[in-house]
Design a protein around this ligand. Structure first.
Ligand SMILES: [Zn+2]
Length: 305
C-alpha cells in the first residue's frame, strides 16, 4: 500500500472569515528560526562559517531532545537549546529564557503568563502579538499533519529534503505585520547531501540508507528500516563527518542570501535540533542514543547583520 501523502507544497487554508489578529506592538521585529537538522557543534566549528559568524559568537549549547520531533516541539514552545546552568531551578530558567523574547522581538513588557496556557510560541505570536506565522520543513517527520502544525498561517514540507535555497524565494514580509518563520534545513542531515548532488552519488550504507532512500517520496512506511544493519568502518565515518562540514560551508552561502532578503532589524536564531554521532563509542546518527554528542548543538542569535 502506498504511504500517505504528506502534504508537500500545501499551505494551511486560511478561512476567508478569519478575523485579523491583534494589532502588533509598534516596532515588533520579524523572528526567524533556522534549524540545521542534525548539525553537530564541532562540525560548525570546523566549517568556520563566516556569514554565520557575522550574526554573533556561536555558543555550545544543549538540545532538550535527541531527535527531530520532540526537539522541534520544544523549540516551538520557545525553549531554545539550553546552556546547562548549575544551581538553577528548571522553572526559573524557562521563565528567564522566555523573557529574552522581549529583546528578540523588540516588544516591551512581555510576561511569561501571556504564553499560558498553550505554551506554544506560534500561538502566542499569532493570537497574542498579531504575527504572521510560517514554517518550511525538510524532514517528513515534521509534516503538516503532525501536532506541531498549530497556529501557522502556512506550513510546508519542502519538495526536497535538502534545499534551503528553495525556501528563500517562498519567504515574504509585510509592513503591517511582523513575521515568524521556522526553517528546518536538511542539508546537514544524513546523507549530508547538497541539493545539486545526484542521489545516485549519495553514500550507500547498509541498513541506514534504506531509511532515507524514500526521504523525498513522502513515503512514511518505507522509512522503517527492515534490513539488518552493519556498522561502519572508520574511513566511511570520517567521510560522512566531512560531508556534514561541507554542508555547513555551503549553507553559509545560502545564509548570506537569506540575510540579504531579511528586513533590517529581523532577529535571527540559528541552531540545531540535536547532534549526530560519527562512530564515537560505537554510535552512529541520533535518536535512541544517550551521548553527549547527540545533545551538544551550536547556537547563535542576533539582529540580521
Ligand atoms: Zn533532526
Amino acid at each position: 500500500m502506498p504511504g500517505p501523502m504528506l502534504g508537500r507544497r500545501r499551505p494551511n487554508p486560511e478561512p476567508e472569515s478569519a478575523a485579523p489578529g491583534p494589532t502588533p506592538p509598534t516596532g515588533a521585529r520579524n523572528l526567524v528560526f533556522v534549524v540545521f537538522d542534525s548539525l553537530r557543534y564541532d562540525s560548525w566549528l570546523d566549517a568556520r562559517p563566516q556569514t554565520l559568524a557575522s550574526l554573533g559568537d556561536v555558543e555550545r549549547r544543549w538540545s532538550y531532545a535527541s531527535w527531530t520531533a520532540p526537539s522541534h516541539y520544544n523549540l516551538l514552545m520557545g525553549l531554545l537549546p539550553h546552556s546547562s546552568p548549575p544551581e538553577v531551578y528548571a522553572s526559573e530558567y524557562y521563565k528567564e529564557d522566555f523573557l529574552r523574547y522581549s529583546d528578540r522581538l523588540g516588544v516591551e513588557g512581555m510576561q511569561f503568563s501571556k504564553v499560558l496556557p498553550s505554551l506554544f510560541l506560534p500561538t502566542y505570536l499569532k493570537h497574542g502579538l498579531g504575527y504572521q506565522t510560517h514554517a518550511m520543513v525538510s524532514m517528513p517527520v515534521l509534516n503538516r499533519h503532525t501536532v506541531i502544525n498549530r497556529d501557522f498561517d502556512s506550513y510546508e514540507l519542502m519538495p526536497k529534503h535538502n534545499d534551503m535555497a528553495a525556501m528563500l524565494s517562498r519567504m515574504s514580509f509585510s509592513d503591517e505585520r511582523p513575521s515568524f518563520y521556522l526553517l528546518n534545513v536538511g542539508e546537514t542531515h544524513y546523507p549530508y547531501a547538497l541539493p545539486d548532488e545526484d542521489p545516485g552519488q549519495w553514500p550507500r550504507i547498509s541498513g541506514v540508507h534504506g531509511v532515507f532512500r524514500h526521504l523525498d517520496q513522502g513515503d512514511d512506511e518505507a522509512a522503517i528500516p527492515t534490513e539488518p544493519r552493519e556498522f561502519f568502518d572508520q574511513k566511511t565515518l570520517e567521510e560522512l563527518r566531512a560531508r556534514q562540514i561541507r554542508a555547513v560551508e555551503y549553507l553559509d552561502e545560502v545564509v548570506a542570501r537569506l540575510f540579504d532578503l531579511l528586513p533590517s532589524s529581523t532577529w535571527v536564531i540559528v541552531t540545531s535540533d540535536h547532534g549526530e554521532l560519527f562512530g564515537e563509542d560505537r554510535y552512529f546518527g541520533h535518536g535512541p542514543i544517550a551521548h553527549e554528542k547527540v545533545f551538544e548543538v551550536p547556537f547563535v542569535e542576533g539582529i540580521v547583520p
